[in-house]
Design a protein around this ligand. Sequence first.
Ligand SMILES: *Cc1c(COP(=O)(O)O)cnc(C)c1O
Length: 477
Amino acid sequence: MNNNKTLNEIKSNRNEEKTVKCDVALNINIDDKYIRKTVPNIPDISEGTLLRHYTNLSRKNYALSTTMYPLGSCTMKHNPLVNEKIAKFDGFSEVHPYQSEETMQGSLEVMYELQESLSEISGMDYFTLQPAAGAHGEYTGLLIISKYFKSRNEKRTKIIVPDSAHGTNPASAALAGFEIISVKSDEHGIVSPENLKQVLSSDVAAMMMTVPNTLGVFEKNIKEITELMHDNGSLMYYDGANLNAVMGILRPADIGFDVMHINLHKTFSTPHGGGGPGSGPVGVKAFLKEFLPSPFVVKDGEKFKFHFNDKEKSVGQMKAFYGNFPVILKACAYIKSLGANGLKKASEQAVVNANYILSKLKDRIKIPAGNFCMHEFAMSLKGALGGGVRTLDAAKRLLDNGYYAPTIYFPLIVEEAMMIEPTETESKQTLDEFIGTLINIFEESKTNPDVVHNAPVNTSVKRLNEVEAARKPKLRW
Ligand SMILES: *Cc1c(COP(=O)(O)O)cnc(C)c1O
């Protein structure tokens, strides 16, 4: 290590070098007031030390490349690296959105192909690829619904949202100017037509539904619900964030939905830990085409070109240019590489994997929605834990065991909830290890509750004071 003297020497040498080099190389006189008087405070270390520093930092992280990531509701599956490679091809990464249509036919074709694939998968007639995430897609879809009723001179101000819905549903509806009406799930964790009838009125614009819902349960009454809503003159919105459970098996348009979004980053393979990047294309039935954001891509003979909707009708532009292109490209590559059969298989395997975990745990935990789930399930850990240990503690203890902590206390209707979504890409061995770890934590909460209370103890950052973090957020470093 440097002692002070040598460090100072290094600094003064560096200062001199810099001043001289600048003057000579650029042949300009820099006013003395702009020249640094002190060397910036950066470490003077070897390349090898720097490499080790960042590699070790990255190892403190939880990532799909190092561990199973059972984060319910988020579809953290393996994202084939070949898609990243494709996204880096010069022909795609060097294109500028201001180029003319003729000079970026390849990129337009990718967008067109993805629109077509999403239409085939969902049954919707038209897609916009603009929205930047699921929530942004919801907002776009709700603006489309709002414009539709305006064009018909119908005043409809309410959106119905089930109490099991993802928090973004009511938030997007409020942002789009609607009032939110909550509908209670029944004892099976789904919406019943009876509960729906109680909140249905002539000023309801639409109902937002997630199928399978956030409890991981298929909404069995969907046909009756969509009929009720359509008879009421209302539209049906499908939150497609859980499409990973039904690809190639169920098409939302076929069961009565009019508008939907798809989370490309979840279902169609873009790494999205830490909040991005995302893409939330919105699909509509043909009667809503004119309200879509502009532009989207159409095929004209052999050529691909942008289509602009009438300005008065369209909800306008939802994002700069054409959407989050690298995510669009990766989704297209993923869909083409799996093909129709592959997508269906992926969904089937996702459902089998979730049910495998559920079946191994079901004697120890309470599953509010029964003994069968779709691609994920919510469980209540209330009866499984002892020693005053809560779900929060158990989730933190999973961190100690090398797993990313799953979604907890959501959905709100499940007491001491923990949500598990293994996805299709985990092996039986990995699932068995995870199940074993969870069961160990249940046991540990009874035999050694203190250690679970204090978890995590093996991570670089230990237990945080969550109350203080919420009350006194440190917004500036
Ligand atoms: C993830 C998710 C969303 C929101 O999607 P973002 O891309 O995170 O904005 C909406 N609904 C459900 C059911 C989700 O799982």
